[in-house]
Design a protein around this ligand. Sequence first.
Ligand code: S3P
Length: 414
Amino acid sequence: MTLPGDKSISHRYAMLAGLAEGTTRLSNFSTGEDPHSSLACMEALGATVVKKDDGTIEVTGVGGNFVQPKVDLDCGNSGSTMRMLAGLIAPHPHTFTLIGDHSLTLRPMERIRKPLSAMGARIDLVEGHAPITVHGGPLKAIDFDTPIPSAQVKTAVLFAGLQAEGTTSLTESVRTRDHSEHALRAFGATLNRTGEKLSIPGGQKLKAIDAMVPGDLSSAAFFLCAALLFPESNLILDSIGMNPTRASLLDVIVALGGKIKVLNVEEQHGELIGTIQVNVAPGGFNGTTISGALSAQIIDELPVLAAIAPYTRDGITIRDAKELRIKESDRIALVAKNLKAMGAELTEYEDGLSIPGGQKLHGAAIDSGTDHRIAMAFAIAALRASGDTEIHGAEAAAISFPEFFPLLDTLSQR
Ligand code: S3P
């Protein structure tokens, strides 16, 4: 099975292609609504976007100069679009308004206002939230220590630093996904890492690329967890992204009892792409504890891991994941509420959950909170529950993975 392109990489390629000079060709671009919000913003900023019948996306960039958009930049449900775009546009001498849907308007934006205003941009928020007004202009480099483990904040600073005066440097408290670093280099930028410190010289120009977006490992996570629920499963995923800053998910799948074979790994534009085969031995599967840096590294996969936790032998404990409360929904609260609706026992903490194993669940009415990952996580939990489960707001899956339900259907019938 081949999965649509990685959401994180698609955002970054869309944005850098929009800024670059020339026409970028992207195959296997994410089919999720979020990266398409990034593409639409690029069009509003003067880039040309052509969506070909074979799914290839061609983006002709503005050659370094965004135009004053005539409309608000609509980021939809996408925190990645809003935060990373703010950094990309801040060095341009225009006024931009970034808007989003209800969920995005609840998410914290002070985290990007701080570094970007230290660089000289004026950023107006409404009580710490969107709508955001960016009064752009020439920026100066900064030396920034990110207090929050966030690849989006890191990227906002790198994208602004790329176009600032001087060399911007940044140190992360936890090493987060490094797709921006690879994407910047792919588009021709220079960027250095010394130990935990990243630095990017300003005043750089980008050149268009041809690229294939690797399959999305976070989308694969739903099927990897489904496989764990069914001993003797055999799942083969082709051309899947295996960037080491994302692949700790595979270590967790192995800790839970999955057997993973990695075949044909290759590198494209700094990203590792491979085929993985997952088998599950008969006899149930283990539990595990997820905490510390690991929680930040697999933050998007925690809802589905929590959703299968009651079926494990020893349960799953998740700590150090308080960022989960400020994603597209409060994912800790919604996982707890929905697992309880299915009859599970658990303990909720401010920064995680502890879910005992060996539990039997029954079908229930699930509240997705219009959050794509909650909708998909509970579709997986429902597979082993007795009776039917009804997921309210299941259409939210289209935010990252519109093919999820049809694909799940084909897998379950085999
Ligand atoms: C993302 C980073 C993470 C993640 C999100 C995608 C990215 O968010 O949850 O789905 O593409 O950089 P944070 O940067 O807020 O941790």
